[in-house]
Design a protein around this ligand. Structure first.
Ligand SMILES: [Fe+2]
Length: 393
C-alpha cells in the first residue's frame, strides 16, 4: 500500500488525475492471493477467496471463533485481494420467497428504470430493503436474520451498521458496465475527488461494504460481476477509473466467476469492478445489491426505519414468544430494520445521555420493547417518544 505513495513526497496530501499511473496499478494487482493466508476458506480461484457458508456457520456465536473469522475477512477486504465469495449464503427457499416479493413490487411500480452505469434496459428496485419490509414481514425477517451476513458486515464496518439494498435484474442483451469504484468517493466526479485529502480517499473505503447476493444462478454468459483483485490498494484509484488506459487494463485483466443462486460476493467498495454483459438469449440475471454502511458514514439511501419496524414488529414479537427465532436471529433482523446509532441526538432533551455515554438508539429501544413483550401500540408510543426527544429542536 505504501509503494504507490512512495513516488510522491510524504508531505503531498492532494492529488490530481495527472498523477495516476497504470504501472502502479499493474504492480499492485500483480500480487497473488495465497490460500494459506486464509485457513477458513475453501479455495482460491482467479485470486478470489471462496468460502462455503456451510463450513463457517458453526463459528458464529463463539466469540473467539467469530473474531477469527472476522479478522480473516477484514484482512481480505483491506490488505488482501479485496473480494471474497460465500457459497450457499442463502437457502433457495429464502431467495425464492424474496424473488416473489420483488416481482410484486416491480408490477406495482410498473416502470422500468435504467441502470445508470450500463447500456440496455435493466429493472431496478431502489430501496428493496424498505419495500420488502412493507410488503412482507416474513420475507424481510428470513432474509436479514442471516447470521453470516451480520458477521461479514461487522468484519468491515463494525457493529450497528446500516443496510441498504437494491435489486438489479439484468436482461438478455444488456451491456457491460464501465469499471468503477463505489460509494462514497466512487460516486463523485474527479473534480470533487481531488479536493479531498488522500486520507479521505482511504477512509472512504472503510465506510461501506459492497455485496452482490445472487438471486438467480449467474453463469458466465449471464455476466456476473467482473473484478480486479487487489485494485482497492491502488491509492489514487478514485481518480483513475474513468481513464481510458485504466479501463483497457481492466478489460484485459479483470476476472469473473460464475455464481449459484444464494451465493454472495463481498468486496471493498474501492475494488475496480463492473457488472458483466448478459449475452444469453432468454435468461435474466437477478441480484440484490447490498451496501452495508458504517455508522460513522452516511448511507446511500434514506430508509424510513419507523415504517419498517412498525410493520415487522408484530411478527418479531410472535417469533420471540413462540421461540421460532433465537434472540441472535432477531437481533440480526433488528440491525437491518432499525437505526443502530444513538447519534445525532438533542443533548438538551435526551436525558438518557446523562446516565450513560450516549442515549438509547432505536435498535436498543426496540430490543427493550421486545424483552418486555410490549404490544405494538405500547412499542409505537415508546418509539415516538424516543424520536421526539432525539429530533427536538
Ligand atoms: Fe458498482
Amino acid at each position: 500500500m505504501q509503494k504507490e505513495l512512495s513516488k510522491h513526497s510524504d508531505e503531498q496530501v492532494f492529488f490530481t488525475e495527472s498523477e495516476i499511473s497504470v504501472d502502479d496499478l499493474m504492480q499492485t494487482c500483480s500480487q497473488k492471493t495465497l490460500k494459506e493466508a486464509y485457513p477458513l476458506a475453501e479455495s482460491v480461484a482467479e485470486n478470489i477467496i471462496i468460502y462455503d457458508a456451510k463450513n463457517i456457520t458453526h463459528l458464529v456465536g463463539n466469540s473467539n471463533q467469530e473474531k477469527r473469522l472476522k479478522t480473516e475477512l477484514n484482512h481480505i477486504l483491506g490488505k488482501g485481494p479485496g473480494v471474497f465469495i460465500i457459497r450457499n449464503l442463502y437457502e433457495d427457499s429464502v431467495i425464492d420467497q424474496s424473488n416473489g416479493i420483488f416481482d410484486k413490487i416491480i408490477k406495482n411500480e410498473a416502470t422500468n428504470k435504467n441502470d445508470h452505469f450500463a447500456s440496455g434496459s435493466n429493472t431496478r428496485i431502489w430501496n428493496s430493503l424498505q419495500k420488502v419490509a412493507i410488503e412482507n414481514s416474513e420475507a424481510f425477517i428470513s432474509y436479514y436474520a442471516n447470521n453470516i451476513l451480520r458477521v461479514v458486515a461487522e468484519s468491515w464496518c463494525g457493529p450497528n451498521s446500516q443496510m441498504t439494498a437494491q435489486v438489479n435484474i439484468v436482461k438478455p442483451g444488456s451491456g457491460m458496465q464501465k469499471p468503477h469504484r463505489d460509494y462514497h468517493l466512487g460516486f463523485q466526479e474527479n473534480e470533487t475527488v481531488q479536493k479531498y485529502p488522500i486520507s479521505s480517499h482511504l477512509m472512504s473505503q472503510h465506510l461501506t461494504l459492497q455485496a452482490v447476493i445472487a438471486h438467480s444462478d449467474m453463469p458466465l454468459e449471464s455476466g456476473p460481476t467482473l473484478v480486479m483483485p487487489h485494485s482497492q490498494k491502488y491509492e489514487l484509484g478514485y481518480l483513475a477509473w474513468r481513464n481510458k488506459e485504466f479501463q483497457s487494463f481492466f478489460s484485459e485483466n479483470a476476472v469473473q466467476l460464475p455464481l449459484k443462486k444464494g451465493d454472495g460476493v463481498f468486496c471493498n467498495p474501492a475494488l475496480f469492478h463492473a457488472a458483466g454483459s448478459n449475452s444469453t438469449n432468454n435468461f435474466n440475471r437477478i441480484a440484490n445489491l447490498l451496501q452495508i454502511s458504517s455508522v460513522f458514514g452516511k448511507a446511500m439511501e434514506r430508509i424510513d426505519f419507523i415504517k419498517i419496524i412498525k410493520n415487522i414488529y408484530p411478527a418479531l414479537l410472535e417469533h420471540q414468544n413462540n421461540n421460532t427465532l433465537s434472540k441472535r436471529l432477531i437481533e440480526n433482523v433488528l440491525v437491518c430494520a432499525t437505526d443502530g446509532y444513538a447519534f445525532p441526538t438533542n443533548l438538551d432533551y435526551d436525558t438518557s445521555s446523562y446516565s450513560s455515554v450516549h442515549g438509547l438508539s432505536m435498535f436498543e429501544v426496540t430490543q427493550q420493547a421486545l424483552q418486555q413483550s410490549l404490544d405494538l401500540e405500547n412499542f409505537t408510543s415508546k418509539l415516538y417518544e424516543h424520536q421526539k426527544i432525539k429530533f427536538a429542536s
